[in-house]
Write a protein that binds this ligand. Structure first.
Ligand code: F6R
Length: 608
């Protein structure tokens, strides 16, 4: 889950690479590094920690080309030695790598036996040492030979002091985009084409086994037989804007506050009020195709899987089509028994989550068509899916996902409505559902206006180290999401649990130091959740309830209540989730955590 970037052209390669790395930091921020060729030698600078550490240590000048890396540690601790780039023993070449080399140990042992001295614990160093072993003047050929011994996944960039005008790149199952401007004679490589700082580029993506020789303003790509191949290029609409907190203390808070607008944008223009029909722009599936599906299988990870579970419930409740949400990291190793009569939906904010991509490929191989629900354009999932519905939520910078999730739920609500209409849901029922959905942005706004109350509650609860988040039905998934937000940004132990399951074991943990945060918004299970609250209260747990205005009975049990605008059971996840996000934010703030870049995490999980 690292980010790699490279530049060769008339502008200062160092400056361009640093700007690229700034945008790629979402892929990992354990360390950063840059290498380039200058005055006939490899120059490099690398540092553990964030890009700001590298900037302080930066001592490079006059580079003819540069490659840069931002790391999420897989092999070896976070320190300067393990930061990329890695060099061969003679310091004649430097490599950066995103991915994992699975047989690195065996290869390392062989190289050590032949006298090679390693300077890092990384799997990546094995590749550069192998290339050095095979190098006899043709760098691409040496890399190809080295990669023929390697098992694993990678996107790689390599430079050599004897080839100052070249960057060699290779990829297998990891994204690597190459952008070329023949007019200005500039070339870029990046793990993410959205980070290219030029909109005038012919862009191609390296496919498995391909190797590219990138020079100023042109690129040659070779297949595994070392034959030159003609790659199809595309002009991408890239509109880069420098991320800004717009006056908010953190990107996370800004993104929480964007939600009335982002949810609105996710539904805008996608529902015909007169006809009760949903219309996604260029959906790519005909009504006949969608009507023919017997099942839906949703694949996603983390927060996106929580949205997926809500989506599966929508599909069942509205469209009466059997639907399941599978956690992609599990699904890829299970026998899902997928057949072409199942519509597969891959949900991902980034479009780069390795497990979701792997599960999607398995579904494709089983003959299924894939609908992607994604935020990031040009990402791997959007390129591999048969059709895409975009979230239109704008760039999400905070590692902890907020606005993407509520947009995912909004899109899933509309998609379920679409499937339902195709299966005969009456117009009036669709209109009523949409009218309730339309009110969600305003209801989220009401939650945001009550933020001071949530901050006060956070201050009261911030000293606890353990929490249960409980709910039933839609509120159970919401409790999973609320717990994930809290543990992710404030490092406290928060567990989402179906309220009815507490008494099957988890309740043993309850005591006066173990608060229970209860999501009570489902009318259908109102009495049940109140009984569960009474049970934990009787055992001494402090109880914080998120309940819709007007809910009876909760005041008699809960220690604290945050009142939510009432809505339907199906749509309650929106406001309850936003309230949980703010609670987590203020607890993290009180605990002085790194809110936008929590420890050990990366925005985009590109390794399994
Ligand atoms: C939670 C969070 C993660 C992501 C997960 C999937 O706040 O951000 O759990 O939801 O890594 O990422 P995407 O949606 O990019 O596939």
């Amino acid at each position: 889950m690292c980010g790699i970037f490279g530049y060769i052209g008339a502008r200062d390669p160092l400056e361009i690479c640093l700007s690229g790395l700034e945008q790629l930091e979402y892929r990992g921020y354990d360390s950063t590094g840059i290498a380039g060729v200058g005055n006939g030698e490899i120059k490099f600078c690398k540092k553990a920690g964030k890009l700001s550490n590298l900037l302080q240590a930066m001592n490079l000048r006059n580079l003819e080309s540069a490659i840069g890396h931002t790391r999420w540690a897989t092999h070896g601790p976070v320190n300067d030695q393990n930061a990329h780039p890695h060099l061969d023993a003679a310091n004649s070449m430097a490599i950066i790598h995103n991915g994992i080399i699975e047989n690195h140990h065996v290869l390392r042992m062989d190289l050590i036996a032949s006298g090679v001295l390693f300077t890092s614990d990384t799997d990546t160093e094995v590749i550069v040492q192998l290339v050095a072993k095979f190098y006899a003047g043709d760098l691409a050929a040496a890399l190809q030979k080295a990669l023929s011994l390697v098992q694993g996944i990678y996107a790689i960039a390599l430079i050599h002091k004897n080839h100052p005008g070249q960057i060699i790149a290779a990829a297998k199952e990891c994204p690597l985009a190459i952008g070329v401007d023949p007019t200005t004679k500039e070339s870029f490589i990046s793990s993410d084409p959205n980070t290219f700082l030029s909109s005038n580029l012919d862009i191609c993506f390296l496919h498995d086994g391909e190797i590219a020789i990138i020079q100023r303003g042109h690129v040659h790509v070779f297949n595994t037989k070392h034959e030159i191949i003609r790659k199809k290029t595309e002009r991408l609409e890239l509109q880069y804007t420098v991320p800004s907190k717009d006056g908010f203390a953190h990107f996370l808070l800004k993104e929480i506050y964007e939600q009335p607008n982002t949810v609105y944008k996710a539904i805008l223009g996608r529902f015909q009020e007169q006809t009760g029909n949903v219309e996604f722009e260029s959906l790519g599936f005909t009504d006949e195709q969608l009507s023919s599906y017997k099942k839906v299988c949703i694949l996603a990870c983390g927060g996106s899987a929580h949205a997926g579970s809500i989506g599966a419930a929508y599909l069942e409740e509205l469209a009466h089509i059997p639907s399941q949400c599978e956690i992609a990291s599990e699904a890829r190793y299970r026998s899902l028994l997928l057949t072409p009569d199942t519509l597969v939906i891959a949900i991902s904010q980034s479009g780069e989550t390795a497990d979701t991509i792997a599960a999607l490929r398995i579904a494709k191989a089983a003959g299924c068509k894939i609908l992607a629900i994604c935020n990031v354009k040009h990402s791997t999932i959007t390129r591999e899916a048969d059709a895409v519905i975009y979230l239109k939520a704008g760039a999400e910078i905070s590692v902890c996902s907020t606005k993407a999730l509520t947009s995912q739920i909004a899109v899933l609500a509309l998609f379920a409505l679409h499937m339902a209409r195709l299966r005969g849901l009456p117009v009036e029922v669709a209109q009523t559902f949409f009218n309730n959905l339309k009110q969600i942005p305003d209801q989220i706004n009401q939650v945001l206006l009550a933020a001071p109350k949530l901050q006060a509650l956070a201050e009261k609860y911030a000293h606890y180290e353990d929490f249960f988040f409980i709910g039933r039905l839609y509120m159970y998934t919401t409790s999973l999401e609320g717990a994930l937000k809290l543990k992710e940004i404030s490092y406290v132990n928060a567990n989402g649990c179906p309220a009815g399951e507490l008494k099957h074991g988890p309740i043993a943990l309850i005591n006066a130091n173990f608060p229970v945060v209860a999501f009570c918004a489902n009318e259908q299970t109102k009495d049940k959740i109140l009984s569960n609250l009474a049970e934990v209260k009787a055992r001494g747990a402090p109880v914080l309830a998120f309940a819709p205005v007007g809910m009876d009975g909760v005041q008699a049990i809960a220690d604290d209540i945050f009142w939510l605008p009432p809505t339907t059971d199906m749509l309650a996840p929106f406001t309850s989730t936003v309230a949980a996000q703010l609670l987590a934010y203020y607890i993290a703030l009180k605990r002085h955590c790194n809110i936008d870049q929590p420890r050990n995490l990366a925005k985009s999980v590109t390794v399994e």
